[in-house]
Design a protein around this ligand. Structure first.
Ligand SMILES: [Fe+2]
Length: 257
C-alpha cells in the first residue's frame, strides 16, 4: 500500500470540507459534531459504528463499570506539577473554565478528569514509543470536582505536539483530553481542548473531522492574561457547554488519539 503524505490527507480534508460548504450553501443545517467515519482520519473508517447502538439496562452496567472512586477527590489532584519529587519540565500553566448546560447554568460537583502528553509530546503509555523523552516528574493525569458555579481548575504544563501514524509525518496539535463523568458512568463524555494559534490545526484530520468551523473553534482555549501569574505561570480559559447550539463537541466512544 502506498504511504499517504500530508498532502494526500490535506487534499482529502479540503475535498470533504468543500462538499460540506456546498451542502451548507444549498441550505443544509450546520454539522457541529465530528464525523465518525471521516476518511482522512484513517482508523475512524475501520471502527466507526455501522449499526444502531444496543440498548442495555443502565443499572446493570453500573455494577461493573468504573465508579467515582473509593475516596474523595483531593484538591492536590488538580495540580499535575506536584505529583513527583521534582518539578516537571515545560511551560507551567493554569487551565480553568466552567462546565455549563445549554442555558448557561453551571453544572455543579461534576468529576472532571484530564490526561495529556508531557512537554515533549510523550505519553507514559506502552503504545507511545516515539523517541521523545519521558519526564520522571510528570505523569499527565489529574482530576477535580466543579464548584458551585461550575468551575474547574488545573495546574499543569503545556503538552507538546506528538506524531501519530495516520499518515507519513502526521502530528497532532497540542491538546488536553477531558472527561466529564456526569452522575454515573453511562453519562461520561470525553473531548479535547486545544491551544490558540496552533499551526497544526489545518493539517489534523481529527480536529478537521468537525465540519463546522465555529464548532471547531469551541475546542480551542483562550489565552487569558488575567489568569497568568507573574514569574510563575500562563493562564488559559476554556468553558465546556454540554448541550444546545453552543455545545462543545464530544467524542464518540472508541476514539483514542
Ligand atoms: Fe492525545
Amino acid at each position: 500500500m502506498t504511504e499517504l503524505t500530508q498532502g494526500d490527507i490535506s487534499a482529502e480534508i479540503a475535498e470533504l470540507h468543500a462538499a460540506y460548504d456546498a451542502r451548507r450553501a444549498a441550505g443544509m443545517p450546520a454539522l457541529d459534531s465530528a464525523q465518525v467515519d471521516f476518511a482522512p482520519y484513517r482508523s475512524s473508517v475501520l471502527r466507526h459504528p455501522t449499526k444502531n447502538p444496543k440498548l442495555v439496562d443502565p443499572e446493570s452496567i453500573e455494577l461493573a463499570s468504573p465508579a467515582f472512586g473509593h475516596r474523595d477527590v483531593a484538591a492536590v489532584e488538580a495540580d499535575l506539577t506536584v505529583q513527583h519529587s521534582g518539578e516537571p519540565l515545560g511551560e507551567r500553566m493554569v487551565v480553568t473554565g466552567r462546565v455549563l448546560d445549554g442555558d448557561g447554568r453551571p453544572v455543579r460537583h461534576q468529576l472532571v478528569e484530564v490526561w495529556q502528553a508531557n512537554a515533549s509530546g510523550r505519553y507514559i503509555h506502552q503504545r507511545d514509543q516515539h523517541p521523545a523523552p519521558l519526564d520522571p516528574n510528570f505523569t499527565g493525569a489529574g482530576r477535580c470536582i466543579t464548584d458551585d458555579d461550575g468551575w474547574y481548575r488545573f495546574v499543569t504544563i503545556k503538552p507538546g505536539a506528538y506524531p501519530w501514524k495516520n499518515h507519513v509525518n502526521a502530528w497532532r496539535p497540542a491538546h488536553i483530553h477531558f472527561s466529564l463523568f456526569g452522575t454515573d458512568f453511562t453519562q461520561r463524555l470525553v473531548t479535547q481542548m486545544y491551544f490558540p494559534g496552533d499551526p497544526l490545526f489545518p493539517l489534523d484530520p481529527i480536529y478537521q473531522s468537525i465540519p463546522d468551523q465555529a464548532a471547531r473553534d469551541r475546542l480551542v482555549a483562550t489565552y487569558d492574561h488575567d489568569l497568568s501569574s507573574p514569574e510563575w505561570s500562563l493562564g488559559y480559559r476554556w468553558d465546556i457547554v454540554l448541550t444546545g447550539p453552543k455545545a462543545t463537541w464530544i467524542e464518540p466512544e472508541g476514539s483514542d488519539a
